[in-house]
Write a protein that binds this ligand. Sequence first.
Ligand SMILES: [Zn+2]
Ligand SMILES: [Zn+2]
Length: 304
Amino acid sequence: MERFEVNILGCGSALPTTKHFLSSQVVNLRDKLFMIDCGEGAQLQFRAMKLNFQKLNHIFISHLHGDHCFGLPGLISTLGLLGRTANLYVHAHPDAEKIFEPQLQYFCKMLPYKVYFHSFNPQKSELIFEDKSLKVTTIPLKHRVPSAGFLFEEKPKSPHIIREMIDFYHVPVSQIRAIKEGAPFVTGEGETIPNKVFTRPAEPPHKYAYCSDTAYYEKIIPIIADVNVLYHEATFSNADLARATETFHSSAAQAASIAKAANAGRLIIGHFSARYPNEQILLNEALEIFPQTQPAYEKMILKV
Ligand SMILES: [Zn+2]
Ligand SMILES: [Zn+2]
């Protein structure tokens, strides 16, 4: 199977602690890297996880709270010091450009590459990035400021060719591409051999959804339906539900309810409040509702 992994750089909320870095992840799809959020210290974690800065071309920022974006100017500056020349694209709320552009002009005058801000409207679900193997769609969330999650979706892969059957029917190389795209094969004698003789279906495309920061919000369920892995914030425990509601965050149980309703394969909870000495209480509350739950931790590598 081709590589589709998520590297957790940080999974704490608000306050950097000695235990948790702030929100940042790197999706690795077939060795192309896509960063989601860039909390303070993200570049150190990027290095610590031995990820390759040259493979990173796109950064997606969920919302403009400091714990999700204070790492951005530092990372951009470092990429310049490393001699980067390739463009870097930052996908974020329109205010991101207003906030960060003056900082880059002040601190990164000699930047040897260009940074482009691509804005999106966090209030609606839209396709914001696409290449030949991946689509990234926003997931409107419910938070104190405009916030969007991201759905990373592999594109359908071509079916596998059954080599022995190609040889058996002496299919010319020039026709293999058409067969991969679903065409039948007509032999020299005029006999039509159906496509399924030559192909095995590829694995279904895999999907990963990142939903942070958000209050409990059922409207996301159809967008993230059937994802293989859901990362959902679980800032608070049931005992602090009032605090969760007041700050537009979710409890672990609410994250689990969303995962269950969306028929997710697995749930990873994160964005932990520093008030809990350990996350076991959050994990237990989520497990009661959705057994396929794991807590995130720094340097975790998730296979999607
Ligand atoms: Zn946050
Ligand atoms: Zn926030």
